[in-house]
Design a protein around this ligand. Sequence first.
Ligand code: NAP
Ligand code: MG
Length: 509
Amino acid sequence: MKIREGRRNAALKASVNGSETSRNGKPDTVKQIEWKYSRSVEDPKHIKLDEKYDLYIGGKRVRTRKYFKTIDPSNEKILAEVAYASDEDVNRAVTAAKTAYEKHWSKTSPKERAKYIFRIARIMQEKAREFAVIETMNGGKPIRESKSVDVPLSIAHFFYYAGWADKLDLAFPGNKISPVGVAGQIIPWNFPLLMAAWKIAPALACGNTVVIKSAETTPLTLYKLAEVIEEAGLPPGVVNIISGDGRTGATLVNHPKVNKIAFTGSTEVGKIIMRQTAGTNKRLTLELGGKAANIIFEDAPIDAAVEGIINGIYFNQGHVCCAGSRLLVQESIHDAVVKKLKHRMKNLRVGDPLDKNTDVGAINSRVQLDKIRELVASGIDEGAVIHQCECTLPEKGFWFRPTFFTGVAQSNRIANEEIFGPVLSILTFRTPQEAVEKANNTCYGLSAGVWTDKGSKIFKVLSKIRAGVVWSNTFNKFNPASPFGGYKESGFGREGGRHGLTPYLNIES
Ligand code: NAP
Ligand code: MG
């Protein structure tokens, strides 16, 4: 054990000091320009957080017995206290949703439903800056990303599904369609607002009411959304927002009056939910984990591909289910890609998530940080070579250096298990066939990317990869009109696009 730890520490030290040598034994000689940035911090003073957040049930703030603290993971400061929904509270929320469904929402015309959803989108636009700052403070993600991705994309989902609400007959011509009823929705901590939008917008458009549970570490933007829903004047109980932990989620899943469960989270919990809903009449969609292959062919535009690698794995600290966490590089260009990647990583700015210059923010929680550390340690133990950013990390909060491993074997844990952090595993291949085999050699099937100059190769390779979302010469691009979802242990069902309507409708031909 001691020898292992010694090896781990030596490997980490060498990589952080940048003293690793290239494969031919010569020192890395890429000349580094030092970019200096002045800090440009978003002042959070314009944000007003409550000291205490109650549950949002039946259009009212509902107090409960227990509250828990929610923090800013970049400095561990307490931001607010948040209600922990008990079994009774979950029951109250589901009852409110059921009543709202029967009394109001099922009787609201599709055109009126569209107006409400449209209004939600418009009010969110007005509060976009507040949403971005709260998302960053509660989640640890860079403000640059919450401003340019999380918030606008969430709003776009509401706009998009507002457009579908009165066109459902056109979406499924010749079929008789009806809403499912009460949707229980459970979301993770990596994209709280966006995941809420992915779930709430199609559910409302199709005429369902909602009980949504935020993840334990990131409840705040959902309570901000409650304000928007209130302002938009939705009938009470159409959207109910609760917070708590896994137990709260389980109570929602098991509630007999819930007609549909939409879950995004880990494969482990997805399997539990599948067992619990088996034999019931509940509809189910699961968006689970991933270990996506990002494949770089030797004819790819390498500089663009390196940017794609960076975006694929370091976007949102790698807390992305569809992250390009397994890099498959054609052997002939391996050394060139690694050299450019090292060079590029030296310019990654890691630190204060509220600084507009920051590229990589804080890890969402201590639990997640421990999980990342454990898997990285296993990579070193199993003989892969670690390379890390040389940046200085803040003293408080949860941080992990952007990292990649070379010399990764397919059997290594870091090549198979989802790390859900800023850690990339690099493997090589020689032929397109080998690339496809390696890409598909996973229990997951959520996303994949291919980088090549040849259009024919893009189609040939991507058509053989078993993944729900594929990108060519880009990565991590999202659009509300484009369906998202997985194969195999990445789950089933699609969110986004016309496909995203089907889980929320009974469709009879
Ligand atoms: P998680 O532990 O599965 O939690 C997801 C959500 O489920 C949270 O709200 C969690 O509550 C709740 N939950 C926990 N145990 C539950 C249970 N027994 N019954 C019902 N709900 C339960 O996942 P996570 O750690 O938050 O998120 C990371 C994982 O999500 C990764 O594996 C990632 O790949 C996956 N993910 C997938 C997608 C996708 O679209 N495919 C998107 C994002 C994330 P608490 O947080 O309160 O414990
Ligand atoms: Mg969890």
